[in-house]
Ligand binder design. Structure first.
Ligand code: SF4
Length: 407
């Protein structure tokens, strides 16, 4: 069972009966003002036990056992690629963060010819799409025994493992599984017996997660594997169910086939769910040339939140119009959020203009700010007296029209 803050406090030096240990009590070396404050952080899983070096071995043993992650980490590995699930500590992302994205695997049946299995596994291994600067990939292949023949299953596993990506081996018969396992050279696979009932996936997976996290019920403290194609309803329902299972709370999701148009939205959904809400995805501040700009090209200011940057960059790239994108460090926030938080004001924009090489890159002195922060115009004119400040549109999609008519 997880220990409360007060129960943890009783095991820390300030509560110790050993005078030598107690002498260190409230020493602040852990970075917290008192042992009690440290205990509260430990209970909230926001501090590491190792931060205090004065805890007795006996207390450490008790605290370590209680500090074990309620859901065990499972790692499927192949040469250079791995898929991890588990180690989650919250039910909802806003409580802290989710750590290990649900692994997305594609099923191949052992009844397919070996060449076909090899090429499908390679296609899964090679699939890679760029999404706001992140490389999104599938995690591996699940080889299913459909033939019932141990030799055929073994050949299928050997063919799939040539792609050197993580594998899941799906067989109910231990003897068949052993044959397959012997062929999984260089790969640490997940072995699973095929489940046939996922009628109430949301309820089942949520119950598993709640029991593991809220009740610390160790026998259920493992990542769950889900098979959305067993839910019935065809390809569309499989994708909807897969999305639900990625969100709540599968550790691994096995799809019945590999279709780029179907896996892309699932990968994007997963990327959005498993980013840390306290660390927005961001790009490096600086000057970004779009469509080979010359010294006459417009200068557009935006923030370094990835989605904001790519919204502007993509609109400009597809318009074919050249521009200089001047990206300010707004701590990874979007334009309006950063402005409201005081991270994207006239001073910050002026600092970006002066702190980069943009003045050397262009022959003019005009800069376009986002329409959402038109209110900054007056202050910015004071900060940048040599520059003409122009207010652009609120939405990136309107930038090309604005540049054709108002630049
Ligand atoms: S390091 Fe922190 S927890 Fe450890 S004795 Fe000092 S104040 Fe207490």
């Amino acid at each position: 069972m997880a220990l409360s803050g007060l129960e943890i406090y009783k095991l820390l030096p300030a509560s110790s009966k050993d005078p030598a240990e107690k002498a260190h009590g409230n020493c602040k070396e852990c970075g917290y003002p008192t042992c009690l404050a440290f205990a509260m952080k430990l209970a909230a899983k926001q501090a590491e036990l190792a931060a205090c070096k004065y805890i007795s071995e006996a207390s450490k043993a008790k605290l370590s056992a209680a500090a074990q992650p309620p859901i065990r980490l499972i790692t499927l590995a192949a040469d250079g690629r791995s898929s991890k699930a588990g180690n989650e500590i919250v039910l909802f992302r806003h409580e802290k963060t989710f750590y290990n994205p649900a692994g997305i695997f594609v099923r191949v049946a052992d009844t397919l010819p070996a060449d076909e299995i090899r090429s499908q596994a390679q296609a899964v291994a090679d699939y890679k799409v760029d999404y706001v600067g992140l490389a999104l990939r599938l995690d591996g292949v699940a080889v299913e025994v459909a033939s019932g023949d141990p030799a055929q299953f073994a050949a299928a596993v050997a063919a799939a493992s040539a792609a050197q990506i993580p594998l899941i081996l799906m067989a109910e018969d231990p003897a068949v599984m052993a044959e397959g396992l012997a062929q999984a050279g260089g790969v640490t696979p997940l072995l699973c017996a095929v489940a046939h009932t996922f009628a109430d996936s949301l309820s089942a997976l949520t119950q598993l997660r709640r029991l593991a996290l809220k009740k610390n019920f160790r026998p259920l403290g493992y990542p769950a594997i889900a098979f959305p194609y067993l839910g019935g309803g065809g390809a569309d329902m499989e994708m909807i169910l897969a999305g639900q299972q990625i969100a709540k709370y599968a550790g691994f999701v096995v799809l019945s086939r590999f279709e780029p148009a179907e896996v892309y939205p699932l990968l994007v959904l997963r990327a959005n769910l498993f980013t840390d809400p306290q660390k927005p995805i961001q790009v490096e501040p600086g000057v970004y040339p779009i469509n080979k700009p010359t010294a006459d090209a417009p200068v557009l200011v935006t923030t370094n939140f990835s989605i904001t940057y790519f919204a502007v960059a993509n609109e400009m790239e597809s318009s074919g119009l050249p521009a200089w994108l001047l990206v300010a460090d707004a701590e990874g926030m979007s334009v309006l959020t950063a402005w409201a938080a005081g991270k994207f004001d006239a001073e910050k924009i002026a600092k970006t203009v002066k702190g980069t090489s943009i003045a050397d890159q262009v022959a003019h002195r005009k800069v376009v700010i986002p329409g959402h922060v038109a209110v900054l115009m007056g202050e910015l004119e004071e900060e940048l007296p040599d520059w003409q400040i122009k207010v652009g549109p609120r939405e990136a999609v309107d930038l090309p029209r604005f540049l054709k008519t108002a630049w």
